[in-house]
Design a protein around this ligand. Structure first.
Ligand code: PSV
Ligand code: MN
Length: 397
């Protein structure tokens, strides 16, 4: 059966209604490469400014009601900062989303955090995990999103297997402290900052650790955390099949973990990922995915980059929703390769922007959020108000 234009609008609106994406507080702050920072006057310098920016993105797009928080960067006082954050939630009308423990910046994590050979340091890292879980409970956040920089830089310098054991233990204990509705998302990354071995290097390791931790743990896929030729949609299909997919960190990459804006290099890949998710949903699989952005590229304007990424995510999600999966299943069954591929790619080539625009208008949102951002003068205002703080760069000696 062919989808009629009327049907298409229906499918599109349903897909867009169901799609929410979380934005990261750190995506609004000045960041850089290890070679330097090019600072932006409008960049957020406080948690209040990050909430203000997140609220503006939500006002423009209508699909970003939550902000991912990084404990050390956003709640340096730990639980003591929760009431301030709650105040900001009320004031700006966006809520705290996933809580990200920070197990990579303290000097004592030089040789690892939860996998450090020192039991004392492992203990302190675990305390930070447990504190982060308590912060999440106090904020009513469901997901604790864990990424660790742990690993080693030279062969033979660490026992890889001992570290697996230490991490299993720490994740089990963390899992025991989760509230009924909470989840532990385990993120993987093949390398950087460790350049020989990383303790959670790929989805198989994440999946293993999540299974060992307990039923409320699952895998987080950061699209930037793969080797160049890796088939990410196949990983996603496996995680869906094994009911281990908990969430995404979206960004794009050309070489490694470049943190470029979503779809800027390979939008077809994100389409293929979304197709796997829509297909699994159609097949009735149990799915509960947190879609999050994890980008902090330092040349595009922070606000523009975030709005652009949200719009791109919506467009690619929608394109994939419009694959005629009934028809595709028939073509796949009969191994009609070209017809199947053309049907699949046809959805990717479709210009869905008139549909996203119509959906926004139907919801009282600006038809073109990027144009609305420019017209609002928000960035210029922020630059005037924040400039003296945001432009104060620490020079690299
Ligand atoms: C690490 O590269 C990572 O993807 C983790 O998710 C961190 O929390 C985030 O980036 C920090 O920018
Ligand atoms: Mn990430």
């Amino acid at each position: 059966m062919k989808l009629s234009e009327l049907n298409i609008q229906d499918v599109a609106f349903k897909a867009l209604d169901s799609f929410k994406i979380e934005i990261p507080s750190w995506g609004f702050a000045n960041t850089g490469t290890r070679f330097g920072k090019f600072v932006q006057a409008a960049a957020a310098t406080t948690i209040e400014e990050k909430f203000a920016d997140a609220a503006e993105v939500n006002r423009l797009t209508g699909v970003t009601p939550t902000v991912a928080l990084h404990v050390l960067w956003d709640l340096p006082g730990g639980l003591k900062d929760v009431s301030e954050v709650k105040g900001l939630e009320r004031r700006f009308g966006v809520r705290s989303g996933s809580i990200n423990p920070n197990l990579f910046q303290d000097q004592e994590y030089k040789f690892g955090s939860l996998c450090n050979p020192s039991a004392e340091i492992r203990g302190r890292a675990l305390d930070h995990m447990l504190d982060s879980i308590e912060i999440a409970k106090a904020l009513g956040s469901r997901d604790i999103s864990l990424w660790m920089a742990d690993g080693s830089n030279y062969p033979g310098t660490q026992s890889i297997r001992k570290r697996i054991g230490w991490l299993e233990q720490a994740l089990r204990t963390s899992h025991d402290h989760l509230a009924e509705n909470q989840r532990l998302l385990v993120e993987y990354k093949p390398f950087e900052p460790a350049f020989y071995h990383t303790d959670i290097a790929d989805w198989g390791m994440s999946s293993h650790f999540a299974k060992v931790a307990g039923p409320k743990a699952c895998v987080l896929v950061d699209t930037g955390h793969h080797y160049s030729a890796q088939n990410i949609e196949q990983i996603v299909a496996w995680l869906l099949h094994t009911e281990m997919l908990g969430g995404f960190h979206f960004n794009d990459r050309r070489y490694a973990d470049d943190d470029l804006t979503l779809g800027s290099i390979d939008p077809y890949q994100i389409f293929r990922i979304f197709h796997e998710i829509h297909a699994a949903t159609d097949d009735g699989l149990k799915i509960d995915i947190a879609y999050m952005i994890d980008q902090s590229h330092n040349l595009k304007g922070k606000m523009e980059a975030m709005v652009q990424t949200v719009m791109t995510a919506q467009e690619l999600y929608l394109k994939a929703a419009l694959v005629n999966r009934g028809q595709l299943a028939g073509l796949q069954q009969n191994c009609e390769l070209v017809a199947a591929e053309e049907l699949y790619r046809g959805a990717f080539w479709r210009d869905v922007r008139p549909l996203t625009q119509a959906w926004r208008e139907a919801h009282g949102l600006p038809a073109d959020p990027l144009a609305a951002l420019r017209a609002s003068g928000y960035v210029e205002r922020a630059a005037r108000e924040r400039g003296s703080r945001s432009m104060a760069v620490s020079s690299y000696a």
